[in-house]
Design a protein around this ligand. Structure first.
Ligand code: PEP
Ligand code: MN
Length: 369
């Protein structure tokens, strides 16, 4: 099934002056004072264009702070009136949408826990049929790009063409320095599939703590993300949700001005050199694929030979020697040990898979192993 989204470019619905789009505001709206004070300070930072705030909060267990609900929408209306910032809230069901629209919220966002559920996405998209409003879609909690794409497609089919994807990191079973592992390859793949889709990064939910926000924000910009969503709070230490990752508007201002905004394209001379180097890479990749294919053909030949002689597929001692020898050669060539180990592992896995197929065909049954 091919991919096809009808997307309006970001510049078609928001003016960023060619700079990355910055969205900021508290994780949750708590009081009118907290919302207004935060918004007024954020409005003084020129790059901040959109004020975010959670009104209905998804909590893992009941009993925690679940958001202020509808009254928070009145505060957002006031933010818009007094600061000129656009406003956005997370919506998770059609009632949220109805209320957000009633109070003139400018942009809706769909949270990571909602994107995992196609039933919810279908309901939300149906509720937006005939409504012209931008929708920002966070990645699903689990690292499944198809769920993310599916959500974008469902909203697009419902007529929403002001779409934006937010990369907020993914659940990962092992401990990492992050609250949600970035797995950059997933948003990069999304951008590859949909070149016209604006993708921004949410370093707050990736990091879970202030100390590493800047590093992640910079990396996102270096990977050509179109902007950032960063949580800010007038007094993060007493925030009711996500306090370790929120920063004051002052801190945010400093963080934003410390980011290096690199050019996507360089001078003609630079582009020519880059083109030359890329051509070189293209040639080497073609050679690499050729060599891998030749290697696999020999693996098949060995497989045939072993199966006619009734020898086991896996010969551990031989494999151990191969690993030791290839690691030594690779390291001498300046390659990273972990990288080499990964390559050897997948090459070995594929060789075994191919030989298993050969055994199945020849013996008409299961190979010995
Ligand atoms: C949020 O932005 O406050 C939030 C709940 O985010 P996520 O859906 O990414 O967890
Ligand atoms: Mn949050």
């Amino acid at each position: 099934m091919g991919y096809d989204l009808d997307i309006l470019p970001l510049s078609g619905w928001i003016e960023t002056g060619g700079l990355p789009l910055i969205i900021s505001g508290p994780c949750s709206a708590e009081t009118e004072e907290q919302v207004m004070e935060t918004a007024l300070k954020l409005a003084a930072i020129p790059q901040v264009k959109i004020f975010r705030s959670g009104i209905w909060k998804p909590r893992t267990r009941p009993g925690g702070f679940e958001g202020v609900g509808e009254k928070g929408l009145k505060w957002l209306k006031k933010v818009k009136k007094e600061t000129g910032l656009l406003t956005t809230v997370e919506v998770a069901n059609p009632t949220h949408i109805e209320q957000a629209l009633k109070y003139g919220v400018d942009i809706l966002w769909i949270g990571a826990r909602t994107v995992v559920n196609p039933f919810s996405i279908h309901e939300l998209a149906s509720a937006l049929k005939g409504v012209d409003i931008p929708v920002m879609i966070k990645n699903p909690v689990n690292p499944d790009i198809d769920l993310w794409i599916g959500a974008l497609e469902r909203f697009n089919k419902a007529g929403i063409n002001k779409l934006l994807a937010i990369h907020r990191g993914f659940y990962f079973f092992e401990k990492t320095p992050f609250r949600n592992a970035p797995m950059w390859e997933i948003p990069i793949e999304l951008k590859r599939i949909f070149p016209g889709l604006p993708v921004i990064c949410d370093p707050s939910h990736i990091c879970g703590r202030r100390e590493i926000l800047k590093e992640v924000a910079q990396k996102a910009l270096d990977l050509e993300m179109n902007g950032l969503m960063l949580e800010s709070h007038i007094n993060p230490d007493i925030a009711l949700t996500d306090k370790e990752q929120q920063v004051t508007p002052e801190y945010l201002g400093t963080l934003i001005s410390s980011l290096v905004i690199r050019k996507i394209e360089g001078s003609v001379e630079f582009e020519t050199k880059l083109e030359e180097l890329r051509t070189e890479i293209d040639k080497l990749d073609a050679e690499l694929l050729n060599i891998i294919a030749r290697r696999m053909n020999i693996v098949d030949e060995i497989g045939e030979y072993k199966s006619t002689n009734d020898i086991t597929i896996l010969q551990l001692e031989r494999w151990n020697n191969v690993v030791i020898n290839r690691l030594r050669t690779g390291i001498r060539l300046g390659l990273d040990k972990k990288f080499l180990q990964k390559i050897l592992e997948i090459v070995h896995e594929e060789s075994i898979r191919r030989q298993t197929e050969i055994y199945k065909k020849r013996n008409g049954g299961k190979p010995k192993d």
